[in-house]
Design a protein around this ligand. Sequence first.
Ligand SMILES: [Zn+2]
Length: 344
Amino acid sequence: MTKGNHNLTINGEEIAPGQQKTLMLKMPELYDWTPLSMPVHVIRGKQPGPTLCVTAAIHGDEVNGVEVVRRLLKRSALKKLTGTLIAVPIVNIYGFLYQNRYLMDRRDLNRCFPGSEKGSLAARLAHLVTTELIAKSTHIIDLHAGSLHRTNLPQIRANIDDAATKDLAHAFNVPVILHAELRDGSMREYATSQGIPFLLYEAGESLRFDEVSIRSGVNGILSVMVALGMLPPQKLATRHIEPTVVRHSYWVRAPRSGVFRPHKGLGKSVKEGEVLATIANPTGREEHKVLVPDSGIIIGKSNFPMTHEGAALFHIACYDKPHHVAEQVENLQEVFAEYDVDSL
Ligand SMILES: [Zn+2]
């Protein structure tokens, strides 16, 4: 099969140009023999074009992406589709059911790619995704959220040293693009090794819906589809967001345990030496200030009010013009707050 041309078979079923199908990819059943499957929506335009695969909840508790895919599939613009959209609302069904990032064998599915047919449960599922989805796609967008009570500013993570990936990352229309090359067994690492442009969208917090993250995600996927020629140009966000490419980021960790009170919020630019947070003795009067080690913009933040020494509190992207990013973040929040929920 040549990717992007007229022949497409997933799960042993052929999907012809102009057809739409929901396929159920069989997964290992639960131990009470309850059958499980991964629903895969395939929408094919009549005209040949790219095959874009959008996946969500590879980490089962990252539910914002599930809602992004659901809203994306409702869009009437998809009637004018060129090429193919493969949309997978929940990759890690086990984790989704148990509100957990991992699989039942406590493995991280996103560290087991490309997987194997005879390996662990995680390896088998990774193999299923590799053979049935990645192998059929020309482009991939994978949707994530912050883990362990952490919120992420809407951001794209991608290898922007690849020109095609860089263009799509810009098209997604979020304030921050974090350049990353990884060797971690993730779906991104494997797809990138296969020459498939891959965007990882990080936004919001696990087990929570965040409207700005969801709307910005739907909008981002649609703008990437326009950039790929899969959809005709259309009115998306009311303002263009000029992204900033960041090549370096770091975590601020708790210098000691206690009650964590942040002084700065997500998307704010921070200067070296400023007070970022206070960590206090919950039963006494002592307070300890956490200072900004290196100027940048806050792209991830812990929401949990208690902390242990060494816990990751803030994720800061280093950039020489953090105020520019802060402006674009405000832009993003205004743009997506203007939308009516029913229109999405
Ligand atoms: Zn994730």
